[in-house]
Ligand binder design. Structure first.
Ligand SMILES: CC(C)(COP(=O)(O)OP(=O)(O)OC[C@H]1O[C@@H](n2cnc3c(N)ncnc32)[C@H](O)[C@@H]1O)[C@@H](O)C(=O)NCCC(=O)NCCS
Ligand SMILES: Nc1ncnc2c1ncn2[C@@H]1O[C@H](COP(=O)(O)OP(=O)(O)OP(=O)(O)O)[C@@H](O)[C@H]1O
Length: 194
C-alpha cells in the first residue's frame, strides 16, 4: 500500500526541515525544489528551453538561479514564463519517483502544491506554518535573497492562511520540537496507530 502525502508551506516556513523529519522516520521524500535544481544543472532538461527563452540566464552550461532572480525582478512576466517551461518537467520527475516508490508513506515536498493542482495526486496534504515575522527573518538570514526578491516570491504564492485552510494537517515549525511532535502526529493519523 502506498500513501501520498503532499507537504507544502510558504517560502522559508520550514518545508525542507520538516521533510527531513519525515525521511528520518522512514518515508521516501521527493523534493520539488531539488528536482528543479537537477533540471537546471548542466545537461538538465530545462537548460535548453530556458536558454531559448532567456539566453542571459545561462552560465557555464547551466541555468543560473542568481541570474534568473535578477531577470524575474526586472520583468514581471518572467516567472510565469519560467514556470510554463519548468512545471511540466517537474511533473514528469514526480511521476517517475511515484512509480519507483509504490509502497509506504511517500512525502512530496511541493512549494506550489495547491497552486499547480499537484494536490489532486495526493491522499492527504500537510502545511507547515510559522509567524510572518519568523518566516521573513529566516529567509533574510539565509542571505540569498533581498527583501524585494522575498516579497516578489511571497506575492506569487497563495496566502499561508489559505493553504492552512486547505490542508488536512498543520505542522507548527516555530521550533524543531514542535515540528517533530506534529510530524509524529501526522504519521500516527495516517497509519492509524494509537
Ligand atoms: C525563482 C528562483 C530562481 C529562485 O531560486 P532560489 O535558488 O533563490 O530559491 P529556491 O529555488 O530555493 O526557492 C525558494 C522558495 O521560493 C519559492 N518559489 C520558487 N519558485 C516559485 C514560484 N514559481 N512561485 C512561487 N514561489 C516560488 C518556494 O517557496 C521555494 O521553496 C527559482 O525558485 C525558480 O527558478 N523558480 C521557478 C521554478 C518553480 O516554479 N519552482 C517551484 C517548485 S516547482
Ligand atoms: N521547526 C523549526 N524550528 C526551528 N527552525 C526551523 C524549523 N524549520 C525550519 N527552520 C529554519 O528555518 C529556515 C527555513 O527552513 P527550510 O529551509 O526548511 O524552509 P523551506 O520552507 O524549505 O524554505 P524554501 O521555501 O525557501 O525552500 C532554516 O534556516 C531552518 O533552519
Amino acid at each position: 500500500m502506498t500513501f501520498r502525502l503532499g507537504l507544502t508551506g510558504s517560502i522559508g516556513m520550514g518545508k525542507s526541515t520538516t521533510a527531513a523529519m519525515f525521511a528520518e522516520r522512514g518515508c521516501a521524500v521527493w523534493d520539488a525544489d531539488a528536482a528543479v535544481h537537477r533540471l537546471y544543472s548542466k545537461g538538465g532538461a530545462a537548460v535548453e528551453p530556458i536558454a531559448a527563452a532567456f539566453p542571459d540566464a545561462i552560465e557555464d552550461g547551466a541555468v543560473s538561479r542568481a541570474r534568473l532572480r535578477r531577470i524575474i525582478s526586472a520583468d514581471p512576466d518572467a516567472l510565469s514564463r519560467i514556470e510554463a517551461i519548468v512545471h511540466p518537467l517537474v511533473r514528469t520527475d514526480r511521476a517517475q519517483f511515484a512509480e519507483a516508490h509504490p509502497d509506504g508513506i511517500v512525502v512530496f515536498d511541493i512549494p506550489l502544491l495547491f497552486e499547480t493542482g499537484a494536490e489532486a495526486e495526493m491522499d492527504a496534504t500537510a502545511c507547515v506554518s510559522v509567524s510572518r515575522e519568523t518566516q521573513e527573518a529566516r529567509v533574510l538570514d539565509r542571505g540569498t535573497m533581498t527583501r524585494a526578491e522575498f516579497e516578489a516570491i511571497l506575492a506569487k504564492q497563495m496566502p499561508n492562511e489559505e493553504k492552512l485552510a486547505r490542508a488536512d494537517y498543520r505542522i507548527d515549525t516555530s521550533s524543531l520540537e514542535a515540528a517533530a511532535r506534529d510530524v509524529q502526529d501526522v504519521l500516527r493519523k495516517i497509519t492509524g496507530d494509537p
